[in-house]
Design a protein around this ligand. Structure first.
Ligand code: ATP
Length: 436
């Protein structure tokens, strides 16, 4: 894959996503809506599996992190306290000739990239989407579509503490939509204006923050490894003093080597006590934590892990995509980890007679109780395998004439293409073992 020009790989991936129903351009029949995308049948499954895998690792397997699902629209003062109203902006320049807009920190030149026209001075452009709540559209009714899910966690931290009986150190995890009016969205679903985040905020005692920061850095990069992403395509990038956000004392990005270069996948930030202090000041509510054991009161420090769900999905697809040469024939295959593959098993009767379809349907119905399984009797068996290879399906099960004699089926493994005969009674356990 790395031997091909990056544009080529991205356009092939975009074409595959449309062809197989992973991702479609939003509002396509109306000419599309820039930077918005819809997930098709396979994309919906893949996204749900990625989120489930994140929740499992961040909530289900831990005693010290709990979940939250806060609303997208929140009290507008929250965005003043967080600094977003005043400072959540990117520098923007306009071309005086063709009127196109660019992010000034993306281009280091004085002439327009498209027409060569003269550019204006850079000015700040706030990235928050505004709307109005209620029937009157005036200044007082302005609300924002949240640009991050984190603030919903901070403003609920006392509620969660009181209701879940957690003690510091503990975390709150949330998956949800975020909106940013990006000046230059690009690279398919890498940078869009509507996207989903998977964020976890970990509340610690001041002084313990650096230790926990290191802990979460390691945990999070390990998660991508468990997701099946190739190690050599992952790296840390430490934010220098000029890159650090106003709320952070330390920040590392986990970066992935996309076809268009090394780019941020997830941010790990030491947000100090900035956010809770701000909310204390703006809301007038006490944001301190009372430590029963030491009788101390303090505002906790927060370590944040902030990942993009759509960016992770793009990473999984880019990392899994391969074109294999099979004796002059090209096999397009997605080597997705079986844990997140949209469909776990394809079931094919070799021919459409002699009771093979009925047998195949029975297997499918049985497997469907446990995971996504797909019955397919259309076309030559080789073509059916290829369709599932492109969908990333790790196992294909074929019912043939021997099945009807001895109740065994063949299981063909996607990556090695090796086939094994397995008693159909053991099929579920066989696939489960391989997935886990
Ligand atoms: P960038 O520098 O790329 O704009 P950021 O540093 O502003 O990103 P954060 O605010 O740290 O990003 O957001 C956390 C995560 O949310 C990012 O690592 C990314 O995975 C995801 N994310 C942020 N903005 C977008 C977007 N416009 N489209 C898709 N995902 C996004």
């Amino acid at each position: 894959m790395s031997k091909q020009p990056s544009d080529n790989i991205m356009s092939k991936l975009v074409a595959l996503c449309k062809r197989r129903g992973f991702i479609f351009q939003s509002s396509e029949i109306y000419g599309g809506l820039d930077s918005c995308y819809d997930y098709g049948p396979l994309g919906t499954e893949l996204k749900a599996n990625i989120k489930q895998f994140w929740l499992k690792s961040m909530v289900q397997m831990r005693d010290d992190i709990v979940g939250l699902d806060s609303s997208i629209l929140m009290h507008p003062t929250i965005w003043q306290a967080s600094g977003h109203v005043a400072g959540f902006s990117d520098p923007m320049v306009d071309c005086k000739n063709c009127k196109r807009r660019f992010r000034a920190d993306d281009i280091n030149i004085e002439k327009c990239l498209v027409c060569g026209g003269e550019l204006t001075q850079a000015r700040q452009f706030n990235l928050m989407f505004k709307t109005h709540m209620g029937p009157v559209e005036d200044e007082a009714s302005i609300v924002y579509l949240r640009p991050e899910t984190a603030q919903g966690i901070y403003v609920n931290y006392q509620n969660v503490l009181q209701s879940s009986r957690q003690k510091i150190p503990f975390g709150i995890a949330q998956i949800g939509k975020a909106f940013r009016n990006e000046i230059t969205p690009r690279n398919f679903i890498f940078r869009t204006r509507e996207f989903e985040q998977m964020e976890m905020q970990f509340f610690v005692k001041p002084g313990k923050d650096e230790e926990w920061f290191e802990y979460w850095k390691e945990k999070r990069i390990q998660w991508y490894d468990e997701l099946g992403i190739k190690k050599e395509n992952l790296q840390f990038h430490q934010h220098g003093p000029d890159e650090l956000a106003h709320y952070a004392s330390a920040a590392f990005d986990i970066e992935y080597q996309f076809p268009f270069g090394w780019k941020e996948l997830e941010g790990i930030h030491n947000r100090t006590d900035f956010d809770l202090k701000q909310h204390q000041a703006y809301s007038g509510k006490d944001m301190q934590y009372f430590d029963d054991a030491t009788r101390e009161r303090f505002i906790p420090y927060i370590i944040e892990t902030s990942a993009g769900c759509d960016r992770t999905l793009l990473t999984c697809l880019a990392d899994a995509y391969e074109e294999e040469d099979l004796n002059g024939d090209t096999r397009v295959v997605l080597h997705l980890s079986p844990k997140i593959a949209p469909i776990k098993a394809g079931i094919f009767p070799l021919v459409k007679r002699d009771g093979m379809p009925e047998y195949g349907h029975k297997i499918t119905d049985n497997l469907k109780k446990h995971f996504m399984a797909f019955y397919d009797e259309g076309g030559a068996i080789g073509r059916r395998y290829r369709r599932q290879d492109e969908a990333g399906t790790p196992f294909c099960i074929t019912v043939d004439s021997q099945t009807l004699e001895d109740n065994t089926v063949t299981v063909r493994e996607r990556d090695s293409m090796k086939q094994e005969r397995v008693p159909s009674d053991n099929l579920l356990q066989y696939i489960r073992d391989k997935i886990s």
